[in-house]
Design a binder for this molecule. Structure first.
Ligand code: ADP
Length: 256
């Protein structure tokens, strides 16, 4: 569960807040897109969740943890409970695919025996078992992102957040990465993704939250489409009212 209650954040020196009284509730196992023009506040919202930045006011509760009570020295441990994926992958260049995933588990305190059991399974999940011995520079962009995702889900986080995970990828690879995030969501992980990619948002038809000037101006809970403003969605404006006549006609069509 991700909960933000009246969160406001203004960076020092800025005239306007990056987040302005934002309240948001994401249930376990939801798949949510966060959209908005550049500067709308998407990254700042993600940084509120990872506690990279602190709010000026408001409350943030992530997976049952009230972030007010996560002390500075406990922030790395708190972050390890989240899966975090970045647009630039952030892999360790001198470590192999296998080692990148194993290292994340090692710093999380997993035993060598469990690491040796877990890494192959996770690489299988992201379809990279055959690339385990390669180094990041020997991989395509999509493969690098799959290693990054493997690393972030290896500890089986309840929540995965991804800031523009497909920004550096082509269309086909983008689709693969989104399919992988969907698969992870199907296993029960809550997913929050920021993106500028209109077609993936429209294809997936999940919840879509739009930020503008630091405010949530739109929250389409179901079948969301990519939109950057607060005009009604086409679906809302052309919604067909289901009259008994319609239902009859539809039924007849099915029978025939
Ligand atoms: P988005 O991710 O939607 O592009 P951001 O969260 O990066 O938006 O930015 C929201 C606003 O906060 C912008 O006006 C941006 O200039 C400002 N901002 C972001 N990071 C900083 C920072 N470190 N210092 C000052 N202002 C910042």
């Amino acid at each position: 569960m991700i909960l933000l209650d009246s969160v406001t954040k203004k960076y020092p020196g800025d005239e306007e807040p990056a987040l302005d009284d934002v309240s948001l509730h994401i249930e376990p196992n939801e798949f949510v897109f966060l959209v908005g023009k550049s500067g709308a506040g998407k990254s700042t919202l993600m940084k509120m969740i990872t506690k990279e930045e602190l709010p000026d006011s408001g409350k943030i509760v992530i997976g049952g943890i009230d972030l007010d009570y996560v002390k500075k020295r406990h922030i790395p441990g708190y972050r390890r409970r989240l899966g975090v994926v970045f647009q630039d992958f952030k892999l360790l260049p001198r470590r192999t695919v296998y080692e990148n995933v194993a290292f994340a588990l090692e710093i999380a305190g997993m035993s060598g025996k469990d690491i040796r059991k877990t890494v192959p399974k996770v690489l299988e999940l992201v379809d990279l078992a055959s690339q385990a011995k390669k180094f990041p520079h020997q991989l395509s962009g999509g493969q690098k992102q799959r290693v990054a995702i493997a690393r972030s889900v290896a500890r089986q986080p309840k929540i995965l957040i991804a800031d523009e995970p497909t920004a550096n990828l082509d269309k086909l690879t983008t689709r693969e990465i989104i399919d992988l995030l969907k698969k992870i969501n199907d296993f029960g992980t809550t997913i929050l993704v920021t993106t500028h990619n209109e077609s993936i948002v429209n294809n997936l038809q999940r919840r879509v939250i739009t930020l503008k000037d630091g405010k949530i101006i739109n929250d389409q809970k179901n079948n969301g489409i990519y939109k950057l403003d607060d005009t009604p969605t086409p679906r809302q404006s052309v919604r067909v009212v289901q009259t008994p006549g319609h239902a009859l006609k539809n039924r007849r069509r099915v029978v025939m």
